[in-house]
Design a protein around this ligand. Structure first.
Ligand SMILES: *Cc1c(COP(=O)(O)O)cnc(C)c1O
Length: 401
């Protein structure tokens, strides 16, 4: 009989999206007429199609597979050189120093943020923000790690800062944040980097939404911060940047300066360890997808991606302007596709969910699904159509004025 990983018993049942679906379909069944007017602003997935430049490159990749002289079999586990160079050049254009062999290409940031736990031993003090993208919490629970929560709340604008009197070994940060849309400033990230260096800690930085940052003062990478190459790993993805949620492409940057001593005092390199982990357990991202991804970082590619991002950001502005007009407190919505608002009239987030569904047929995501600190907040996303977003916000105005 196999002994099972009983840490799985400690996972909370992830009922968030199934509960949303359940409550929504129950409502539609009871109110078929109104059910037809439902607008979904809870979508955590992109909806705009891939750009022309990317599509052409994907087609080229497919064509290469059709003839023996251009056919590709197994590729490098770390990703093709051309794709890694394109990413390093993209960083460079933003004034950031990342070397091609710091970069590991993958099928997405979710797998990498989960798999990274394998590089760390037991007994670490692990800081994870609350509220947050649930992957960091669940993957640490799966390996039996104890988590210390970093409280994000309205007082700190959902941007928790380090407690200099307490030690940590591993720190997860996500900026611009899912679900709150909050984005750390350069000074704030510098404080985190300085704290990590002082504690010999590592920062695991998720920048999946970097392309949504339009304020030039805000850092789009942890490596825009002095000292970060000695203390940070960055996870990035084309999912939200280029609409690759279904196409699948991510990359993780592990600088070669990132070394920590073993208990016997031997320097261990996280870059070498991640390389070993990937070479053993991962056989590379498809050549075709890497061809498509490579051009995302070109001038044409970036321009096309920005058109879609602007479309979503226009929606975000419609939502943000409405909430401002109604005097409802919210976070995000500017350098992010997410708007995180305080449930009006002291409602908790599930009561708010039912209220919006029943009164105005708008479906969003209750904040409780992202952690304890989300229980009086609600997430709306900008990934719907412009028309639906406008209609939903007109209904908001009627309901709350
Ligand atoms: C969407 C998202 C990702 C990207 O995940 P992929 O596996 O690359 O699709 C990573 N982190 C956060 C916080 C996200 O919301």
């Amino acid at each position: 009989m196999p002994r099972l990983n009983e840490n799985y018993l400690n996972l909370k049942e992830s009922y968030l999206f199934s509960e949303i679906a359940h409550r929504t379909s129950a409502y539609i069944e009871k109110n078929p007429q109104k059910g037809r007017q439902i607008i979904r602003l809870g979508i955590g997935d992109v909806t705009r199609p891939l750009g022309r430049t990317v599509l052409d490159a994907l087609h080229e990749g497919v064509d290469a597979m059709s003839s023996a002289d251009t056919f590709k079999g197994y590729g490098p586990e770390q990703g093709y050189e051309a794709t890694r160079n394109a990413i390093a050049a993209y960083y460079k254009r933003n004034g950031i120093h990342v070397e091609p062999d710091d970069i590991f290409i993958s099928d997405g940031a979710k797998s990498d943020t989960g798999n990274i736990t394998e590089l760390f031993g037991p007994g670490n003090t692990i800081l994870i923000p609350d509220p947050v993208y649930p992957v960091y919490v669940d993957t640490n629970i799966m390996c039996g790690n104890k988590i210390t929560y970093l409280s994000g709340n309205a007082e700190n604008n959902f941007l928790p800062m380090p407690d200099h009197n307490r030690h940590a070994d591993i720190i997860y940060l996500c900026s611009p944040n899912n679900p709150t849309g909050a984005c750390y400033s350069r000074e704030q990230l510098q404080e985190w980097v300085d704290y990590a260096l002082a504690n010999q800690a590592v920062i695991l930085f998720d920048s999946a939404y970097e392309a949504f940052i339009s304020d030039p003062e805000l850092p789009r990478s942890i490596f825009a911060i002095k000292g970060a190459r000695k203390c940070a790993v960055e996870f990035c993805s084309l999912s939200k940047t280029a609409g690759f949620t279904g196409t699948r492409f991510g990359y993780t940057v592990v600088p070669k300066e990132l070394t920590f001593p073993s208990s016997a005092g031997v320097a261990m390199s996280l870059n070498a360890m991640w390389n070993r982990r990937q070479c053993t357990k991962f056989n590379g991202t498809s050549y075709i997808v890497q061809k498509g991804a490579e051009v995302v970082f070109s001038e044409d590619g970036i321009r096309e991606c920005q058109q879609n991002i602007q479309y979503y950001k226009t929606n975000a502005k419609v939502i943000a302007d409405t909430l401002t007009e109604l005097g409802i407190r919210f976070f995000g919505g500017v350098n992010s596709p997410y708007i995180w608002f305080e449930c009006p009239n002291g409602m908790d987030s599930w009561t708010c969910f039912d209220y919006l569904l029943e009164q105005i047929q708008v479906v969003g995501t209750p904040g409780a699904g992202f952690g304890e600190n989300g229980k009086n907040f609600f997430r709306l996303t900008a990934f719907g159509t412009y028309e639906n977003t406008v209609t939903a916000m007109e209904r908001f105005k009627h309901l709350f004025t």
